[in-house]
Design a protein around this ligand. Structure first.
Ligand code: PLP
Length: 451
């Protein structure tokens, strides 16, 4: 019999447990606890197979920026599928959706980021970046410039290469990561690691670790530095204001390429088109995905500056994905960008949603469990602590406080994510003040029940 939304939840759960391996999940535990089966979504709300409405404060996985259920995207996808469901962009062929999306991204991206190499998501776009920066230097006669400097607790994807670029120790412990010539420096996480240092001094000190690493490795061996403007999956770590200008200065001084991973920060999340603009970063390459299509279709890209693109284009770059510039995904992304632009969703974030959320978010530090309340645009986190004055940490294993808090959120029909001792949100950008009140009420209730 066909498996449909109308089957009893228990049957769907049993079939899921029998055959579906979930990412980043202890799959054996799922069988006992049962997964929640999501059947529909509209705006910021999911509906599950029991008919429960759930507030999705994570926009899926940080991606549904325009909210769920926009008919225009479904229509565009259907039209494109009928007209040209697939063609590749490899061997002297192209198509209109890829041309139009590349053109649009070049228009939206700051500075001379005028060239687009498409991927299927963020991980493989970062794989592109690794190969592109190394190839760039090799083509310029400096093949020893291979090392890419990244940060501990960064997240850049889950392929072997992008996972190596990331700084997640739990990932590095499995399956042969990191690959060679990736170097990790410390993150600018003042709450967890700043000790008695003032945040501005800490930001500078952490940025200067880049210079120390360059000097230790030898500048002639370093190809690039990569960072998320605001670390997302690491726990929404908003860096001190001193951090990025110093990173920028050091990259310029040693002629190191700067890659901004905008997979989460891009497309309005921080109130500008790109987190680089919010943080004052001028990257040579930006990685984008997620909000590019608001998650309605899988697509990612590297947006590349004139100089790097010129060098790469002077030879053959032996790299590409079957779905690079997939016409349906590109058409959907283009329509998503049209909605973001024509409905002035970034203006809504800047003028209404983000300031209102910031005010509400700041009040969370009154809660006995909450130490820091960090926010940048429409991404925010709280650090849970047993002792605010000492900025003490709870452990992060299952059964401890962050995990418990996430379970409370789940029970209160709120999706909020837990990363170690931090609880994070990244809601759709279209929330109005009433939606934010509702979300905050559920967060408060969940915190109270955790305490
Ligand atoms: N880069 C960042 C900053 C991300 O947050 C993610 C995913 O969360 C990725 C890369 C990987 O993207 P994807 O899961 O689309 O491969």
């Amino acid at each position: 019999a066909a498996i449909t939304n109308h089957m009893p939840t228990a049957e769907l759960q049993a079939l899921d447990a029998a055959h579906h391996m979930h990412p980043f999940t202890a799959n054996a535990e799922l069988g006992e606890k049962g997964v929640r089966v999501i059947t529909r979504a509209k705006g910021a709300y999911l509906t599950d197979s029991e008919g429960e409405e759930i507030f999705d404060a994570m926009s899926g996985l940080w991606c549904v920026n325009i909210g769920y259920g926009r008919q225009e995207l479904a229509d565009v996808a259907a039209r494109q599928m009928r007209e040209l469901p697939f063609y590749n962009t490899f061997f002297q062929t192209t198509h209109v959706p890829a041309i139009a999306l590349a053109d649009k991204l070049a228009e939206l991206a700051p500075g001379d980021l005028n060239h687009v190499f498409f991927a299927s998501g963020g991980s493989d776009a970062n794989d592109t970046n690794i190969r592109m920066v190394r190839t760039y230097w090799a083509m310029k006669g400096q093949p020893d410039r291979k090392v890419i400097i990244s940060r501990k607790n960064a997240y850049h994807g889950s392929t072997v290469a992008s996972g190596s670029l990331g700084g997640m120790t739990a990932m590095h412990e499995q399956g042969g990561m990191p690959i060679p010539d990736i170097h990790h420096i410390n993150q600018p996480n003042w709450w967890a690691e700043g000790g008695d240092t003032a945040p501005e001094d800490f930001g500078l000190a952490r940025a200067r670790e880049l210079e120390e690493a360059i000097l230790e490795l030898g500048a002639d061996r370093v190809a690039a530095f990569i960072g998320e403007p605001v670390q997302g999956a690491g726990g929404v770590i908003v860096p001190p204001e001193t951090y990025w200008p110093e990173i920028q200065r050091i990259c310029a001084k040693y002629d190191i390429l700067l890659i901004a991973d905008e997979v989460i920060c891009g497309f309005g999340r921080t109130g500008n088109w790109f987190g680089s603009e919010t943080m004052g970063i001028r990257p040579h390459i930006m990685t984008v995905a997620k909000g590019l299509s608001s998650g309605y279709a899988p697509i990612g890209a590297s947006i590349v500056c004139d100089e790097v693109a010129e060098v790469i284009s002077s030879g053959e770059f032996n790299h590409g994905y079957t779905y690079s510039g997939h016409p349906v995904a590109a058409a959907v992304a283009l329509e998503n960008l049209r909605i973001l632009q024509e409905e002035n969703i970034l203006g809504h974030v800047r003028d209404v949603a983000a300031p209102y959320l910031a005010e509400a978010w700041a009040t969370l530090v009154d809660h006995p469990l909450v130490g820091e309340a960090a926010i940048c645009g429409m991404m925010a986190s709280i650090a849970l602590t047993p002792d605010k004055a000492r900025r003490a940490k709870f452990a992060s294993e299952p059964g401890t406080v962050g995990y418990l808090c996430r379970e409370m959120c789940f029970a209160n029909n709120l999706i909020m994510r837990h990363v170690g001792d931090r609880m994070i949100i990244s809601p759709p950008l279209i929330l109005d003040t009433g939606d934010i009140d509702e979300m905050m009420a559920r967060i408060r209730k969940s915190l109270d029940e955790t305490y």
